[in-house]
Design a protein. Structure first.
Lengths: 331, 331
DNA sequence: CTGAAAGCGCTTACAG
DNA sequence: CTGAAAGCGCTTACAG
């Protein structure tokens, strides 16, 4: 009934608390009988260690914190599940902290409840980052490019992903293209667009400003934008490239509704590879970003930084284009 | 740099640590100048309280733990986001712990790092529940029916939801029905089926065992099951009721592929109301379970149990049927 | 209004 | 092989 402490066990077992601590932590200096006896008592009393006491004294908590502003988003669940799995491999626990303002995050990160942390949260500002750096808590950022002794980044090479799609379209001799933007100040959205645009420019393919729509990574927004675009009566693009799958789907909805056929009349490409791509009719061609690898690499890197084996660095993960029906042009 | 403690502030500010503590915690007994000065020093030194020290001494951590086995699932992200929001309202933080075996969870729950917890994890066994009860940590279960002084449950009235769908079909005079089961040992899946079946029985509508398929809450499984079912050549059901939306979608995929029209040839109903329902063609009629309310009620209840204002009880949340195209029969 | 002291539960040198 | 003691960073009566 409530709070059994190491002291209770010591009393009950007739030994000192240091001995109990040693037994509990498997420090191999005890007479086997003593050890057994203590463990038996601890079990009988339903002892659960108070982590606050433990963490206060010892350096390591064997916990990694994942700090995010939201759990939504197309791949967060998968990413987090992968991280949990990876943490387990290294003997860590993953604690997820959702916060709504920079300060709360910083307090948790630096409140010594975790040995290191992974941050996926655009709203930690410069000052917060500076604090993390000062405190030398090993940290991996998933959404910005940062690097120091104890800080790494594991991000998508979204510029490259944009290029990949451009090349895919160029190879097919497609020239009139419509781009559906993501959230305007989002790093990946910006880089994807930049890589795409610059690669097209290299091939002397113009991207008419009228053919750049706003999708904000949302199905609805993209749907409306494409619908409005189609009503303008401009020449139909030979291809639509949307900054993520959700907006690609909104785009296809609008196209199909207007009576166009995909991929016969125009082709569509997204980014992310959410489950939905396989379920839609037609199945959506997309760039599968490296998010599965992201979880694996982030935890591995973090663990190495915690142990001091490695210093911080930057990893950029390439995506992979997955061709499906929405671009299956039979020539 | 690194670990600034209350002691450092005391030295720097020329006061005692108790005074620092009081200043930091806003205990209103200090001379304003002293207070100001201390806060200024704390800020300058980038002081961050060590939560382990604090929690060790004081009873409350002002944190609520959400314990889950996985972050996947159709509505988890929304549920968790709602909880974060509710926690904030009451001045709590939400920490999410993902674990892969009962023990780890119990240790965290009872390791005094949270004031109370919400559990959504079928794999805590009897012993674990017993321990929670013994320790008197206020707890709300989201996936089982349990109740004591400090334990509440906030669950879906899945039996009722099943009845609701049955009644919907009965009203439309539909008699030949196919049911697609969820995960077989899942509480909600079982109750949904039971409510549905028993309500049909009351109306003397038989449910042929050959018309009960296994969908396991998955699109793919349901798709295969329905496909195999259709190939048997039995009379086409007038309606399909799937234990969740994902399997309803798999069902529709199979039906459309086989050349049937929905809702003309047969109607389809799901459960959950995932985003997808709106995006599919035809849009899917479904029962929106009470999961948004679940988050709100769970946190509210938990906070009241923590404060001692209320004792544990059981809340059952009714779903609501949302009619869409997949059942739009024009008679 | 401020400070000295005890203590939260644990770990960790160190002595015996 | 076991125990006494110090101390991790904080809060909280209590004294002054």
């Amino acid at each position: 009934m409530g709070k059994v402490t190491i002291k209770d066990i010591a009393r009950e077992a007739g030994v000192s608390i240091s001995t109990v601590s040693n037994a509990l932590n498997g420090v191999n200096v005890l007479k086997p009988e003593t050890r057994e006896h203590i463990l038996e008592v601890a079990d009988r009393l339903h002892y659960i260690p108070n982590l606050n006491g433990r963490n206060l004294k010892s350096k390591a908590t064997k916990a990694i914190g994942l700090f995010v502003t939201s759990l939504k988003g197309p791949y967060f669940a998968t990413l987090a599940d992968i991280m949990v799995w990876e943490c387990m491999k290294y003997g860590y626990e993953l604690n997820i902290f959702v916060f709504w303002e920079g300060k709360s995050a910083i307090t948790n990160i630096l409140g010594k409840r975790v040995d290191g942390c992974v941050v996926l949260a655009a709203d930690i500002d410069e000052k917060g980052v500076q604090q993390i750096q000062d405190f030398e808590v090993p940290t991996v950022f998933l959404d910005r490019e940062l690097k120091s002794d104890k800080i790494s980044s594991v991000i998508f090479d979204s510029y490259k992903d944009g290029e990949t799609v451009a090349e895919f379209l160029i190879e097919r001799n497609i020239k009139r293209i419509c781009f559906i933007q993501g959230i305007l100040n989002n790093y990946d959205a910006i880089e994807r667009f930049r890589g795409f645009r610059e690669r097209l420019a290299k091939a002397d393919i113009p991207l008419d400003p009228e053919y750049v729509l706003e999708g904000a990574f949302e199905r609805e927004k993209a749907y409306n934008a494409v619908k409005a675009f189609l009503e303008k009566g401009l020449p139909l693009p030979e291809a639509f490239f949307a900054a993520n799958d959700l907006s690609a789907i909104g785009c296809m909805d609008a196209l199909l509704e207007a009576g166009y056929q995909i991929p016969k009349d125009t082709v569509v490409v997204g980014v992310d590879d959410i489950d939905f791509c396989e379920w839609y009719n037609p199945k959506l061609t997309t760039v599968k970003t490296g998010y599965e690898k992201q979880g694996v690499v982030a935890i591995k890197k973090l663990v190495k930084m915690i142990s001091g084996e490695e210093k911080g660095d930057i990893t950029k993960l390439h995506g992979r284009l997955i061709e499906r029906q929405s671009t299956a042009i039979t020539e």
